[in-house]
Design a protein around this ligand. Structure first.
Ligand code: PXG
Length: 465
């Protein structure tokens, strides 16, 4: 393998980065003061930085490296495709072999009659497609006012103007004039933070029924679609109560509303099924895909669309598409990734073994005095930090201070674990071994110990509300 080790010294890289590179979701001035961590290479589940430090990447990059780092096959597939046909478009009545082969493969893997693929370059672009597609669908069927899309607070669907509007992150809406019109947000099924004295089941039903209430308030003939992640990812790995999805499905069926499952994180084995929808028996009309579709080896996303919606969209000229829709190199890489996931039994192994192994080890973290609960589903885990687990209390100080402290201790101890507010979350490569899961949990425990000690010392172990 070609290891690029002769790069500039770290401080010089950091200075150039600060001078010329604007980072997503980052205060650049604060980052410049600290210096960005420069990741130079990776293999399996391990990242290496420019100073030679190794980290176990419990976030699979940004929830995407399902097959792990360092596989040569996607690189070979990309090289072959670049030499054969590096680019052609799929506009103007043309197509190409990788786009055809990948669409056919996705139709085979996707449940039910989700048989048609509209390609995008990312999850954000795919969700922008979905906004226009569901509105066009209803307009073509003679219902142009059936154009409101219901989503949820604290959902993440991307950061373009459309997908950022679908998302329910208030701090994102505060910048750039979002949301666009006719997007409505209901509450999320976040039992730990918002469940109060109800049982999880009662709470899940109540949150699902907000959809029905919103439909009545907005007008039964106005609502085009409901979009949701089967499990909220960036919102903090929020696993809905068991009552939630069946009730959402009932409501979508009853009111003739298109259901869009955003599978960008949950898809391609994350839950132990090919799609998160299958883990919850959801029957979506459209699934948003990206990330694990190519395991991050090349940028690609898309919408997998059911027969009925595709028939209507095919019968008009849907004036939509991206230069890189179905990019041949990305499509070839995605196909190779799907082959690896399938032929090496990676998705099956999550379901038959790794999910249970991770669940068992992760559950042990619930004994830590800083931890409220320790839950997993498939290869995702969540860990709310709390000064008082019995009362599911939050900290008196600023939300996220303790989470950030914990994340820093993780980095110092060779673990990449993300924080969302004061929740710690993981989503490791699906190929993580049992021994690596043991290491992950050991390092997490150590980081929790160090965070707890620091929080106590700084007088931060006080309950807020
Ligand atoms: N839908 C979901 C469910 C996602 O998680 C997107 C759409 C957008 O995909 P693109 O490819 O446009 O980024 C995502 C992306 C985080 C984080 O901090 C999560 C995402 C992206 C960036 C950061 O957890 N998810």
């Amino acid at each position: 393998m070609n290891k690029i080790t002769n790069h500039l010294p770290t401080a010089e890289l950091q200075a150039l980065d600060a001078a010329h590179h604007l980072h997503p979701f980052t205060n650049g001035v604060e980052l410049e003061a600290k210096g960005a961590r420069v990741i130079t290479r990776a293999n399996g589940v391990t990242l290496t930085d420019s100073d030679g430090n190794d980290y176990l990447d419990a976030m699979a990059g940004l929830w995407c490296m399902n097959i792990g780092y360092g596989r040569t096959e996607p690189a070979d597939a990309a090289a072959r495709q670049m030499l054969e046909l590096p680019y052609y478009n799929t506009f103007f009545q043309t197509t190409h072999v990788p786009a055809i082969a990948l669409a056919a493969k996705l139709a085979e893997l996707a449940p039910g009659d989700l048989n048609h693929v509209f390609y995008a370059g990312s999850g954000s672009e795919a969700n922008d497609t979905n906004i226009r597609m569901v509105r066009t669908y209803w307009a073509e069927k003679g219902h142009p006012n059936k154009n409101i899309i219901i989503s949820r607070k604290n959902a993440y669907h991307g950061s373009s103007v459309g997908s950022g509007s679908l998302g329910g992150m208030a701090f994102m809406h505060a910048q750039g004039g979002l949301p666009i019109p006719n997007i409505h947000h209901i509450d999320q099924p976040h039992y730990w933070s918002e469940g109060g004295d109800q049982s999880p089941e009662e709470f899940g039903l109540g949150r699902a029924r907000q959809l029905e209430k919103a439909i009545h308030e907005l007008g039964v003939d106005r609502v085009a679609a409901f979009i949701a992640e089967p499990i909220q990812g960036a919102g903090g790995v929020i696993i809905p109560p068991s009552t939630y999805w069946p009730e959402i499905q009932r409501i979508c069926d009853e009111y003739d509303i298109l259901l869009i499952a955003d599978e960008v994180i949950c898809g391609f084995g994350r839950t132990g099924k090919w799609f998160g929808s299958q883990a919850f028996n959801i029957r979506p009309h459209i699934m948003t895909i990206a990330k694990g579709l190519s395991s991050g080896y090349a940028p690609i996303g898309g919408s997998i669309v059911c027969d009925e919606v595709a028939a209507v969209i095919n019968n008009c000229e849907f004036a939509h598409g991206y230069t890189y829709s179905g990019h041949p190199v990305s499509a070839a890489v995605a196909l190779e990734n799907l082959r690896i996931l399938e032929e090496e039994g990676i998705v099956d192994r999550v379901e038959s073994h790794s999910a249970a192994y991770l669940a068992d080890k992760w559950a042990g973290l619930a004994d830590h005095p800083l931890v409220g609960e320790a839950k997993t589903i498939g290869m995702m885990g969540t860990l709310p930090l709390t000064p008082d687990a019995a009362n599911r209390a939050s900290f008196a100080g600023n939300e996220g201070d303790i989470g950030l402290m914990c994340r820093e201790h993780c980095f110092q101890n060779g673990l990449v674990m993300r924080h969302v507010g004061d929740r710690m979350i993981i989503s490791p490569p699906l190929v993580i071994s049992d021994a690596e899961i043991d290491t992950l949990v050991e390092r997490a425990w150590k980081a929790l110990d160090l965070t707890h000690a620091q929080a106590k010392k700084e007088g931060l172990m006080k309950s807020g509300k």
